[in-house]
Design a protein around this ligand. Sequence first.
Ligand code: UDP
Length: 238
Amino acid sequence: MTLLYEGKAKRLYDTDEPNIVRMEFKDEATAFNAEKKAVFADKGRLNKAVTLALYKMLEKEGVRTHFYADQDDVNMLVRRVEIVQIELVVRNYVAGSLQKRTGLPEGHKLRQPIVETYYKDDALGDPIINDDHIRELELATPDELAHMREAGLEVNRIMTGFFEKAGMKLVDFKLEYGRLLPDKTEVVLADEISPDTCRLWDLETGEKMDKDRFRQDLGQVMEKYAEVLTRVENAIGS
Ligand code: UDP
């Protein structure tokens, strides 16, 4: 089947069905705008399984996603979307670039969630942008942007409670949205939600269980991803 798109962590392929594409999760990992690269055996399987479990859980809670059907270890079928070129980051605690931008200590609990928007543009290094920049660049309509923020906060409410049940603190995460084809009138959650795109800390010990283990050379990267999957699956079963 034709390769439609290859990104840093995923490939998209055509299928026999119009407007359904196959999303393959790769073992490659990148950080710091692809300056740091590595391959982790089994990462594709683990991230696909976590994304699948979270998409199913979110759909049950009434969140619209582009998920269509599970396929195999590293592939799922998703409805075709036109990706909105904005990364929506939702934060509950200070970490990463928010720590750098504010000087607040890592782990500081935010009084209320912070939502940020970044321009999905590798050449520019995904800069943070505001609503005025989004309007000027015509990245989303005001209605689409309002929906993305609201849906992002709803996903945060649902996932914060879910991860707590799974013994983890949801520090922050990144979401992407897409306009469903062929109409492009409905904007739904797209891409992945995994330890690559969320910061997750053990509730008891504060241990990092996400991509920061790779970014910060903490070791045991896939061991912790596998632990996240086990806990997510147990929390779903309970
Ligand atoms: N994130 C992501 N993809 C990106 C940038 C950030 O998935 O291209 C996630 C990241 O894993 C974290 C959250 O978004 O959970 C906030 O990231 P931050 O802005 O702190 O940037 P970083 O420290 O990762 O550079």
